[in-house]
Design a binder for this molecule. Sequence first.
Ligand SMILES: NC(=O)C1=CN([C@@H]2O[C@H](COP(=O)(O)OP(=O)(O)OC[C@H]3O[C@@H](n4cnc5c(N)ncnc54)[C@H](OP(=O)(O)O)[C@@H]3O)[C@@H](O)[C@H]2O)C=CC1
Ligand SMILES: O=C(O)C1=N[C@H](C(=O)O)C[C@H](O)C1
Length: 235
Amino acid sequence: MPTRLLIHGANGRMGRAVRRIAVTDERFAIAGVVSRSTPEVRVIDGIPFFAANELSGVPEFDVCIDFSLPEAFDGILAECAKRGAALVSGTTGLSDAQRATLDAASAKIPLIWASNFSLGVALLHQLVEVAATRLPGWDCDIVESHHVHKKDAPSGTALTLGEAAKQGGADPHYASLRAGDIVGEHLVQFSGQGERIELIHRANDRDIFARGALHAAAWLHGRPPGHYRVADTLG
Ligand SMILES: NC(=O)C1=CN([C@@H]2O[C@H](COP(=O)(O)OP(=O)(O)OC[C@H]3O[C@@H](n4cnc5c(N)ncnc54)[C@H](OP(=O)(O)O)[C@@H]3O)[C@@H](O)[C@H]2O)C=CC1
Ligand SMILES: O=C(O)C1=N[C@H](C(=O)O)C[C@H](O)C1
């Protein structure tokens, strides 16, 4: 049986990418999609559309993929917890209180929250921690560049890379650029006396995040409650 999927934030840049890929992926059947606003036609290509205030009317689903905004996050987390459905969320800019609620929900449902679902950034975390560990006393700066529509800064990925740097003993500083249609770039720079290391990831296409989230959703379906990480899904 395919995994019944709910897509939350479905009309956004990421939501549209997830929808486009999921409709041709045999692992999934799209149970419905949710956005802040809905189109006049409520069923498109057999997929029912719901507004954010209609969550209780959404059909049964196994896993929700959420790429929305912090103000939409509490509602979808509560709905998943109420129904015992799994949650894959890539929404960034969450508050500490929201992160704590997410942790608490993992006692009831399986969930994965990640600031970045790309394979390359999963590896970059490890490289950053190694560099920070091996380069004590070097300056660590994280520069992130994104499209002009991005609301949160520093990006979720920059903050997560910063956590990896802190694990290695560095004290990272952050800078953010918002320009044009940049999908997402993260530079982690270690500067010593007379030398510098630059670790950089460039996302050219949002599909890398969408595919990563769909992989996480397929992996998460049927797991016991818990707060899993992207690394767990990679074997
Ligand atoms: N973890 C990862 O790998 C990645 C994470 N992201 C993150 O994903 C999030 C979404 O990014 P992006 O798609 O570019 O953003 P968009 O602004 O394009 O999309 C946001 C979506 O959220 C919906 N939304 C807004 N408010 C509500 C609400 N109150 N209830 C329900 N839905 C709501 C919007 O609906 P409507 O269209 O009706 O306004 C829209 O569909 C951001 O936090 C971004 O940082 C982005 C890329 C990769
Ligand atoms: O908003 C975006 O676009 C992105 N957001 C994520 C973040 O905040 O790190 C991931 C990616 O860089 C794209």
